[in-house]
Design a protein around this ligand. Structure first.
Ligand code: PHE
Length: 350
């Protein structure tokens, strides 16, 4: 019996150390300690043994059993550890996988707007958000556009249903421009401030290739001592050169907006004919790309600012229109259409 036990020990120790899988180890364990396992069988033979022999064999069996159990446990750890090392040693480089090029990209508007924002962040401008649903006062009244003034016709406005919302008729509207931020900004900030506003605007338009009811605007509101039209020219060049390249030329022509005085249209040299005159610019050689001006004294006063001491610049443009020109997109409805086939064609460089 003694010999038999020692044989089992040697034999299985060797088998255990050379086992290479957990499954293999499990079957060795069963072969030893299972119902018909070697060790189990050996134990069953105890009653047959003489007392003398039992005194030697019993502690031996206990040692063999413990030794083999320990060997199995140790090997199990080793195999697990080995598997883990193999995994960590393997390089799984997901970045190297070739992805099809036409998978998708950010919407041209998103990238364009991020770029515009960072152009002005570089000049110290901060983001400001004004509400989409706003009062007639912030959108018009405080901007020097009184009720019934014909200038309101410049903006076809969507008013909220007064009966449905239980409000006074004509008091709440969907903002027609980001200029609804102007007086808010003035009331909320200490001078000097440089703010930029970017967001959705809404108009009651007859929809066609050039008119969309929902669109974006980007606006700048800048108040300090001693600002002039020269600053406006600088900011316009900063934007248009940033978008179209250094060779872009920029000029201002007189333009009417009730909340600026003087008011200006900001023109860029026509990107199609470079000033020679073509169909897109109507033979003029220039394209009007933004509206701007020195903030009207009445608007400054409405914002709690003394126009005798301070002056302000307001300046805004529509990213949709700008991108239509940049990429020759001929239908403004493309942008919000969800027409991926069309939209994927236009990718603005980051
Ligand atoms: N809010 C004007 C518009 O929507 C654009 C503008 C902004 C003009 C700022 C002057 C100054 O047409």
């Amino acid at each position: 019996m003694e010999e038999k036990l020692i044989l089992i020990l040697k034999d299985y120790q060797q088998k255990i150390t050379s086992a290479s899988t957990l499954k293999g180890l499990d079957s060795l364990f069963l072969a030893l300690f299972g119902k018909n396992g070697e060790i189990t069988q050996a134990t069953k033979e105890f009653p047959k043994l003489a007392k003398e022999e039992l005194r030697v064999v019993a502690p031996l069996l206990a040692r063999v059993k413990a030794g083999l159990e320990e060997a199995v446990t140790k090997r199990r750890e080793e195999i697990r550890e080995g598997g883990y090392q193999k995994l960590t040693g393997e390089k799984l480089d997901l970045g190297s996988a070739e992805l099809p090029k036409d998978k998708g990209h950010l919407h041209v508007i998103t990238t364009f707007e991020e770029k515009t924002v960072s152009l002005f962040q570089n000049l110290g401008f901060q983001r400001y958000d004004a509400p989409h649903i706003d009062s007639d006062d912030f959108n018009f009244g405080l901007l020097n556009i009184p009720e019934d003034h014909p200038a309101r016709d410049l903006w076809d406005t969507l008013y909220l249903d007064s009966e449905k919302f239980g409000i006074e008729p004509g008091k709440l509207l969907l903002r027609t421009h980001t200029s609804n931020s102007q007086v808010r900004i003035m009331r909320e900030h200490k001078i000097p401030f440089r703010m930029m506003v970017l967001g959705r605007c809404f108009r009651y338009e007859n929809l066609d290739a050039r008119h969309e009811h929902t669109f974006e605007q980007f606006e700048i509101v800048y108040v300090d001592k001693g600002l002039s039209m020269a600053n406006l020219q600088y900011l316009s060049e900063h934007l248009l050169k940033g978008i179209f390249g250094e060779e872009m030329k920029v000029r201002m022509t007189p333009g009417y907006y009730p909340f600026v005085e003087p008011g200006a249209g900001v023109d860029g040299l026509c990107i199609f004919c470079k000033g020679k005159g073509c169909k897109v610019c109507g033979g003029v050689g220039w394209l009007e790309l933004a509206g701007a001006g020195m903030i009207h004294p009445t608007v400054l006063k409405n914002g709690g600012i003394d126009p005798k001491i301070y002056s302000g610049i307001a300046w805004g443009f529509g990213p949709f229109r700008m991108l239509m020109l940049k990429y020759g997109i001929n239908d403004i409805r493309t942008f919000l259409s969800g027409n991926l086939k069309e939209l994927l064609k236009y990718e603005e460089e980051k």
